[in-house]
Design a protein around this ligand. Sequence first.
Ligand SMILES: Cc1ncc(COP(=O)(O)O)c(C=O)c1O
Length: 475
Amino acid sequence: MHATHDAVDRQRFERDYALFRERHPAYLTTGALDELRAREFARLDAQRHVYLDFTGSGLYAASQVRRHGELLLGGVYGNPHSSNPASSASTELLESTRRRVLDFFRADANEYALIFTANASQALKLVGESYPFEPGDQFLLTFDNHNSVNGIREFDRARGARTLYVPMVPPELRVDETVLLRFLDGAATGRHNLFAFPAQSNFSGVQHPLAWVDWAQERGWDVLLDAAAFAPTNRLDLTRVRPDFVALSFYKMFGYPTGVGALLARHAALAKLNRPWFAGGTINVASVQADRFILAAGAAAFEDGTPDFGNIPAVADGLDLLDAIGIELIHERVVALTDWLMREMLALRHANGRPLVLLYGPAATEGRGGTLTFNFYDQNGRAVDHLEVERGAGERHISLRTGCFCNPGAGELALGLSRDELEHCFSDGTRMTYEDLRSCIDPHEAGAVRVSLGPVSNFADAWAFVEYARTFVTR
Ligand SMILES: Cc1ncc(COP(=O)(O)O)c(C=O)c1O
């Protein structure tokens, strides 16, 4: 019985795969990624794991771990804040990795500094806490932003500046550019104006146009680009677009090392920032009795304490891997799989004709990445609890993400939650949890399901998810 089942599934898989390849001939040019998966990511198939949370984290190749292990075992590395041989060895590695990162993003070292951080959030916080906000200044950001960007509003408010949010328009969840231009035209003259947006939404997968960087800069804004969700499968070329600040996390690009991110900052923009404190590693000198300190120049002033010298060099291995494959090839594959997945999911219907899937964000691949967020609806039009979807997926070894993905603005617009409704829920919520919010709103509607594709995603992963989705269809 089971074997027959398997044979039928196999036949359907082969038929769907053939149709997919016919529709996406470009996918055939990305075969190097299948070889890479077999060679470097064998653990995925050995464990029958369908990994669909690349926006949560990338995965590391076996050789990245091996190479880094060899590096650590082959040297003596000490605290870089010294000048002994072990310290110099660490410093050399840190500096060569810094150059490697700048090269990867095609950033001219005369124009950009590279600051190592713990993750994208810390990079964003460095900008938020150091940006010279004063009364009359403005912080402009899209509704579509990770909480680590939203949180910057607390710094600007504490210093009397204004926070302005640019809304997005459902169902595509893109920004109306005439509205954006109106906001950008409102830069306060002679004041500090900071504009932040994600190059790719971690909620909807929308890729907001990088042309906004120039538009904003021409109108007097400093631009903070959150590239955390964009950089893993898209080329960010800092000769083509020159944001003042770029934040990212390396584990999202290639899984390992965790705990290392970066702030790429134009030297001129960096010079505008005022650090709110000093720490070990950030100063030339400090005195207790003279009550003075002199900050170090450039990037060093922003790297608090001892940098993660044991892990940072592993960033170069990840970048080497991406370069060896070519990020354009990865992009090609992700686009093809996203297109197929989206079409198949949107075609799923209950026997009464109602669609199973409500997708939040664009239903075509243009201007979007490989992140798909949606809810399943039953035949009566009621949302299936996203936690139930996650549980069922887990039973099939499918890793996906549910909730609001730390992007409340996009979530609120996508799910149609009104300001009144949300203010009411927060009214006595000094200790409110996500569960409290779920029970205040309709818990079924208070979150969504997200699947996201990455470098070693393949057709079988996408197919396995659609098979799982089919189990929610009422025949
Ligand atoms: C778009 C975006 N920005 C920022 C972050 C924060 O990254 P981290 O948690 O690594 O600091 C994330 C993480 O999911 C993200 O997707």
